[in-house]
Design a protein around this ligand. Structure first.
Ligand SMILES: N[C@@H](CCC(=O)N[C@@H](CS)C(=O)NCC(=O)O)C(=O)O
Length: 206
């Protein structure tokens, strides 16, 4: 490995938020996509040998150590990058950021994650969909009903990138999100740095 780390991701999963954070922060990194159905990397390696949990994202460091939880990976990338995607350690804003990224990781993402299960009965799918919608409503509450374009009210953070990717699954999973949540997604999507990072991810994933 010639760069400080390698990121394993897929361009449509939560791992994508990590690719965007690393790119927006102008970090040099290696990357490889993973097929989450077969748990094989693009080059054919058994992904469980890289990350025993089998999930994306995974960041692998040159010493072989790994990070594989979004709260840690996104915060690491935000700290190492130059885009101010997380506030300084020890600042009050840092705790607010952790509060936001913790909400996405522990509430919003798992609520959507449940909907990827193809074996849900119609009743369970309806309950899971309603649950996801409730978490979106909580997110809109954190955005002051849509008055804030970002979770911290001021600038894009890694927590926003994570929420942006999760909310992007709404249509395909049948979660009908309110206009304020859609406006939040659209606002992030239109940021020049996000557009460019998405293009870089598309070419890296091709
Ligand atoms: N505990 C991890 C979970 C991440 C996660 O759920 N990743 C999904 C993609 S969005 C995944 O890799 N699912 C396939 C698998 O776990 O095998 C976190 O919070 O970051």
């Amino acid at each position: 490995m010639t760069t400080p780390f390698k990121l394993y991701y897929t361009p449509t999963s939560c791992g994508a938020a990590n690719f965007l954070a690393a790119t927006i922060g102008d970090l040099a990194f290696d990357s490889e996509t993973v097929d989450l159905r077969t748990h094989k990397t693009k080059s054919g390696t058994d992904y469980y040998t890289i990350n025993p949990k089998g999930n994306v994202p995974t960041i692998v460091f040159p010493d072989g150590s790994i990070l594989n939880e979004n709260v840690a990976t996104l915060t690491y990338l935000a700290d190492k990058g130059n885009a101010g995607l997380a506030p300084k350690e020890g600042s009050q804003e840092r705790y607010a950021y952790l509060n936001d990224v913790g909400f996405v990781a522990s509430e919003l993402h798992p609520a959507y994650g449940a909907l990827f299960n193809p074996n849900l009965t119609p009743e369970l799918r309806e309950a899971a969909t309603n649950n996801a919608r409730r978490r979106v409503d909580k997110l809109v509450g954190l955005l002051d009903g849509g008055k804030k374009p970002f979770l911290n009210g001021k600038s894009l953070s890694a927590a926003d990138l994570y929420a942006f990717i999760v909310l992007g699954w709404s249509k395909s999973l049948g979660v009908n999100i309110p206009p304020a949540a859609q406006a939040y997604v659209d606002g992030i999507s239109k940021l020049d740095k996000v557009t460019k990072a998405k293009a870089a991810m598309a070419s890296a994933s091709a």
